[in-house]
Structures are given as C-alpha cells and as structure tokens.
Design a protein around this ligand. Structure first.
Ligand code: ATP
Ligand code: MG
Length: 180
C-alpha cells in the first residue's frame, strides 16, 4: 500500500485545488520556509482523523480552512482526499484504489467519505486500524516523536508495539464488547 495522490482544496495554504502525485518508493518535498511543506503532512494527518487543532498547528479546527490572502478571498470549507494504492489488499476493502476524504465547513460541519460514500469518522479509523497507517500509527513520525517513543514508559511503549503487531484492533473490540 502506498499513497498515490493528495487532492487538497481550501486546506491551509492550498487555496486552489492542488493535486500532489506520489510513486511507490521514496518522495521528498523541498521548498523555501513557509511554502507549505508541513501543510502537506498536516493534510494527511487531518484526513486520517486528527482531532487536535494543536497537532495541526492551529488554535481551533477551522484554522485549517484557507483564511484568505492579499489576492484571494477566504474559503468556506477545506477538503482533502487521500488516494491510496490497495492492490495488495492491506486495507480490508475490496478496491484496488481507496480514496478517503474529509471536508470541514466554517460552521463546524464535517463530512467524511470512503470511495465517495459518506461515512463516519470512526469508519475511517476502522479502515486504517492495524494497517500501520492511521493517525496514531507510526506512518507519520513528527518532530520530537522519536524522543517521545524512547522516553515513554514501558506500558505506553507497549501500545505502539501492539499497533505494529496488529493486535490493537482486537483489544479495542474486546473492550467495546465488555462495556455492553
Ligand atoms: P518550514 O520550512 O519553515 O518548515 P513549511 O514549508 O513547512 O516551512 P508550512 O508550515 O507548511 O511551511 O506553511 C506555512 C504557511 O502556511 C504560512 O505561510 C501560513 O500562513 C500558511 N497557512 C497556514 N494556515 C493557513 C490558512 N488557514 N490559510 C492560509 N494560509 C495558511
Ligand atoms: Mg515545516
């Protein structure tokens, strides 16, 4: 599985519809300070379900919506779609290509989609759980995260290993079942 494309519209500095294509293997994003490199990573985190505005380097969630510039008016919503290659069926869904979208309006309304169908946020979390992707997974290693893992308590570190080993899904299901 790999990220094939990011389609962004109205997300942070991506005022115009912006498609970023990736190939299998290593890609690097280069550019001057403030040009939007970190915004690309924020866009990925956001679609994977990030709920913390702070993690996305904002004060409130609506801060991800393009706020306007000298030449362009602010936009009313932000939308990002991730297109993933699923030809090896690492995601539990019968599609070779999976698209996952998130949209947020200024009034706080959200929409989530998997392959164009409206879904709930928890469906997106479920899709990625134990796939090694997902907002809590190690597919995105932010600044300071390596130190955090090295300095974490054994119990906290265990959760990271459990996600890596693919058992977290079963633990979550078990806890849910026990609560019923
Ligand atoms: P560095 O090399 O310093 O890490 P970078 O390429 O990672 O820079 P980013 O942090 O991705 O840059 O981009 C910052 C830019 O995004 C700033 O110019 C900021 O004004 C712009 N930006 C962030 N949120 C919004 C928004 N909601 N609307 C418009 N522009 C935004
Ligand atoms: Mg940066």
């Amino acid at each position: 599985m790999f990220l094939k494309r990011i389609e962004a519209y109205g997300f942070k500095s991506f005022a115009n519809r912006t498609d970023i294509e990736f190939n299998a293997g290593i890609s690097a994003i280069v550019g001057p300070n403030g040009s939007g490199k970190s915004n690309v990573v924020d866009a990925v985190r956001w679609v994977l379900g990030e709920q913390s505005a702070k993690t996305l380097r904002g004060g409130k969630m609506q801060d991800v919506i393009f706020k306007g510039s000298e030449t362009k008016k602010p936009l009313n919503f932000a939308e990002v779609t991730l297109v993933l290659d699923n030809s090896e069926k690492q995601l539990p869904i019968e599609f070779q290509e999976v698209s996952v979208s998130r949209r947020l309006y200024r009034n706080g309304e959200s929409e989530y989609k998997i392959n164009g169908e409206n879904v709930r946020l928890q469906d997106i979390a479920g899709l990625f759980m134990d796939s090694g992707v997902g907002k809590e997974a190690f597919s995105i290693i932010g600044q300071g995260r390596i130190d955090e893992i090295l300095n974490s308590k054994p119990v906290e570190r265990r959760v990271i290993f459990e996600e890596a080993a693919g058992v977290l899904k079963y633990k979550t299901r078990k806890e849910k079942a026990l609560r019923k």
